[in-house]
Design a protein around this ligand. Structure first.
Ligand code: ADP
Length: 329
């Protein structure tokens, strides 16, 4: 009997799943596509197909094989960009600490420092002076001692020379950092150069992030720049995960009291006005700056300095979970 005649013995929903149906001697072998079915569905499919084919003239044995779902093509990491409208607001500090906090919560996180103007991640994550190796024509990320593999413009050029890299050279080097051997990394945090110019636009076009975090300080001027960053992402169709307020309240290193040299709540209000989620505030604290300069990200420690970063990382983690459709937690 030919395949079409054999197929006609099957209910139409099963016939649609036939990938091959062959009779050899008195044995009939059916290969069915079981994609989308859970374990119970697969059992039902196997049983129903066997029952429908049993009794076919000249057949003494029916074998049904189920094809598993096609393995999904390796998707590569989810890219999350961290941007700011201007420099000096703590974008790199936040990116480094977010990466460390996400890694500590069990996620496989990598970090790309695309800040051509001042690549500071090698200092922040204590990999200064190291050079990435290559595997074929790809770079191999450098493993920081905080469990976060990373690549920075600063690993490719000598300190102070990256500034000359604007334009096509910068975007070529950037491609190399993102297209590196990231292995099973799930999330790649991208420390963008500050600002909203051509360099950022080219980078976003080349490797479109799945989402973006914007950092701002509470001053009005910084907020206007943050709004420009939001427009940049909106134009590039990059969803904004949320806004982070950095250098929010000043924690006095002597008495521990908090004051607000730059005002308070400005970023949260601006986020609400723009309909963007607010992810949290990081206080201005001397210990954050000192630890950062020493290559000891506060998020790697246990102190109070870690808590604010961990809270923001939790929000980003929840966004990642919602995106991948898996339950939070
Ligand atoms: P950006 O990447 O936006 O240019 P950086 O992350 O390099 O900014 O931060 C600029 C400076 O501010 C650094 O010296 C950093 O240590 C310091 N800094 C950033 N965030 C804080 C904070 N919350 N408290 C104290 N100093 C901070």
């Amino acid at each position: 009997m030919d395949q079409e005649a054999l197929k006609s013995r099957l209910p139409s929903d099963i016939a649609a799943r036939v990938r091959s149906l062959k009779q050899s001697g008195t044995t009939l072998t059916a290969i069915l596509d079981a994609s989308g079915l859970d374990a119970a569905g697969r059992t039902d499919l196997e049983r129903d197909a066997t029952n429908a084919l049993n009794g076919t003239a000249g057949v003494s044995e029916v074998r049904v094989a189920l094809m598993a779902d096609k393995p999904a093509a390796p998707a590569g990491p989810v890219i999350v960009a961290v941007g700011s409208g201007k420099g000096g607001v703590g974008k790199s500090t936040l990116t480094a600490n977010l990466a460390v906090a996400l890694a500590r919560s069990g996620r496989k996180v990598g970090l790309v420092d695309a800040d051509v103007y001042g690549p500071s991640q090698p200092m922040l994550l204590d990999t200064e002076g190291q050079r990435p190796l290559a595997e074929g024509d790809k770079l191999v990320p450098i493993m920081s001692r905080f469990g976060v593999p990373m690549l920075s413009m600063g690993h490719l050029v000598e300190a102070g020379k990256a500034l000359a890299w604007r334009g096509p050279m910068a975007s070529g080097a950037f491609g190399q950092l993102v297209d590196a051997v990231w292995g099973d990394i799930e999330v790649l945090l991208l420390d963008l150069p500050p600002g909203t110019g051509d360099v950022q636009i080219t980078m976003l076009q080349k490797h479109k992030p799945a989402g973006a975090v914007i950092v701002s300080t509470p001053q009005d001027l910084a907020l206007i720049d943050a709004q420009r960053a939001a427009e940049l992402f909106a134009k590039g169709n990059v969803p904004i995960i949320g806004l982070v307020e950095n250098m929010a309240g000043y924690i006095c290193p002597h008495c521990g009291e908090e004051s607000d040299p730059f005002g308070r709540g400005g970023v949260e209000a601006a986020a609400a006005q723009a309909g963007i989620p607010f992810l949290g505030r990081i206080p201005l604290s001397l210990s954050v700056r000192e630890a950062s300069d020493a290559g000891e990200p506060p998020a790697a420690g246990e102190g109070e300095g870690a808590a604010a970063f961990v809270a923001v990382a939790d929000q980003v983690g929840q966004w990642l979970d919602r995106r991948s459709g898996s339950p939070a937690g």
